[in-house]
Design a protein around this ligand. Sequence first.
Ligand SMILES: [Zn+2]
Ligand SMILES: [Zn+2]
Length: 146
Amino acid sequence: MPGPFRNAALSKAAQTHRLRKLRAPSKCRECEGIIMVNGAECEECSLTCHRKCLESVAILCGHRKLQGKVCLFGVDFAQAPRTTPGEIPFIIRKCTAEIESRALGLQGIYRVSGSKVRVSKLCQSFESGRELIDMSENSPTTSPTS
Ligand SMILES: [Zn+2]
Ligand SMILES: [Zn+2]
């Protein structure tokens, strides 16, 4: 990957962004912390992230400006964002599709609970990046502790 972060450990999602060094202090989309130094910013979607958070960021590049955060969890099911009325909320569609696509190849996917830390991070990512979340690096087998 070209650019200033070619030597950093990048998650699959991080590799989809066109990263440059962050110029002004900003909020990290991955950990919610303030970035003072060593930040990255995407030229296409304006995602901002700590250099160290590029390892785990799950938000893919949408190639247009990333929307602000939405509230997805802890809200009434009827209020969950959906594109057309009466449609199944995307969060449900996305999660069931992910499970079904990996059900036959991933041991424990129906049985083992995810790590609490990773689940809450993933929830945060969904509120920050909505449809743009890459879940392929999350699985029960790669997080044995919970
Ligand atoms: Zn961060
Ligand atoms: Zn981007």
